[in-house]
Design a protein around this ligand. Structure first.
Ligand code: ADE
Length: 406
């Protein structure tokens, strides 16, 4: 990939010589050329800025040096080819930079970055450039930097590391924050028990278990939990869409366990009456510690009605999911429940979609279990694309259903 950067501080871009990006340049994967905007200003002081028409604070970058600089960059492309770079202008008023945008830019053969300083570029620079090449204004975030150089360092690093051969272990690209819309799980290394000046800090025991299915399940649950706590805006769209939009949907914490227990007993009591004396219905025999333990093993979401002031009120629905311990290719959805007064409004369907949307990308199918006597539930899941599994069920008195992931 070819990258050109135009700046009045070319030295600012020196870090692009370091580490993996520097190596990618030396390996010929990345061809970075940095240009000094002042080389295209022809007065004695090599002036690149002037005061704004209409008054106001600060200075504005003059259009002529930019037009010349962009022409010089464009003319230095592959000889005889009509190829032009995609011009990226970093600025706080641009489209937000994201992993998705980094991926899109990594597919382009040639990027040029125009680093503004002062109050920005004369607006006609954008018009001039847009007549000649694709132009995108990109913001690193909702804050103001002194110029585009720091943003270019960030963007070039995020884009270049996606180019084949830049990051040694391609798997590490897949399993990281933002790649599939969730934040990364926590990581640990030796020692397994660290004496931190008297405080002994251990490592979650599942990571030392050697059970790869359990580890994958734990990591995925951690990603969901972190995303819910730190970046709820990234959570699956289904958590905030449709019938669920009126409710407050969050990852359950132990503080929700007592209400979850009450709701699950209420929701499973009919099944329990049918089963009387014949088999055990797990949601009915669980006690509070079992529900708390379930929160550790499953990613559980709870939905609460909003009170008049918008704060979360009564817990009215829930769903949970986990990597199926006996077969990690399945994402298991369970404990789908809706309070009696809110049934019949489509909440069940939305919760099922939410439960499914939590699956890691490695899952190729969904798995769930319901009561053998619960024909209504079975029809509900079949309408959602599930098919009954033949053979021994997971529990006596239950049926298993699966669906291929599309
Ligand atoms: N230049 C100044 N502020 C910026 C921001 N937030 N993102 C990108 N470029 C900038």
């Amino acid at each position: 990939m070819r990258v050109d950067v135009v700046s009045i501080f070319p030295e600012y871009l020196a870090p692009l010589d370091l580490s993996l990006i520097g190596k990618a340049r030396r390996d010929g994967i990345l061809d970075v050329r940095v240009h000094d905007l002042r080389d295209f200003a022809h007065d004695r002081h090599r002036t690149v800025d002037d005061s704004p028409f209409g008054g106001g604070a600060g200075m504005v970058m003059k259009p002529e040096p930019w037009a010349e600089a962009l022409a010089a960059v464009a003319a230095s492309g592959p000889a005889g080819d009509a190829v032009v770079p995609h011009l990226i202008v970093p600025g706080p008023g641009g489209v937000p930079f994201s992993q998705a945008l980094a991926r899109a830019l990594a597919d382009e053969p040639w990027l040029a970055f125009a680093c503004g300083r002062y109050e920005g570029l004369d607006e006609r620079v954008y018009e001039h450039a847009a007549d000649r090449m694709p132009v995108t204004v990109v913001s690193l975030g909702d804050y103001v930097l002194n110029g585009g150089e720091v943003a270019v360092l960030a963007m070039v690093e995020a884009v270049a590391r996606l180019l084949p051969g830049v990051v040694g272990n391609a798997e590490s690209l897949v399993e990281e924050s933002h790649e599939d819309g969730l934040l990364e799980y926590p990581v640990y290394t030796r020692p397994a028990s660290w004496d931190d000046a008297g405080t002994v800090r251990g490592v979650p025991s599942v990571l030392l278990s050697g059970d790869h299915g359990a580890i994958a399940g734990w990591r995925h649950a951690q990603r969901l939990e972190r995303t819910a706590a730190r970046r709820p805006d990234l959570l699956p769209a289904s958590a905030t869409a449709g019938a669920l939009a009126d409710l407050d949907v969050r990852v359950a914490t132990p503080a929700d366990a007592a209400e979850l227990l009450v709701l699950q007993r209420a929701c499973w009591v009919r099944e329990g009456l049918g089963a009387l004396g014949r088999w055990v219905v797990p949601p009915l025999v669980e006690e509070l510690p079992d529900v708390v333990a379930g929160l550790r093993e499953w990613a559980t979401y709870v939905a609460r009605v909003r009170t008049a002031d918008g704060s979360p009120g009564r817990l009215v629905a829930s769903v949970r999911g986990r990597v199926r311990p006996v077969d990690a290719t399945f994402w298991e959805v369970g404990r789908l429940m809706v309070a009696p007064d809110l049934q019949g409004r489509g909440l069940g369907r939305e919760l099922l979609a939410l439960g499914e949307s939590l699956a890691p990308s490695s899952a190729t199918g969904f798995w769930l279990t319901t009561g053998v006597l619960e024909e209504g539930n079975q029809r509900f899941y079949q309408r959602a694309g599930y098919r009954l599994v033949a053979g021994e069920p997971t529990h006596p008195g239950a049926v298993d259903l699966t669906k291929r992931r599309r």
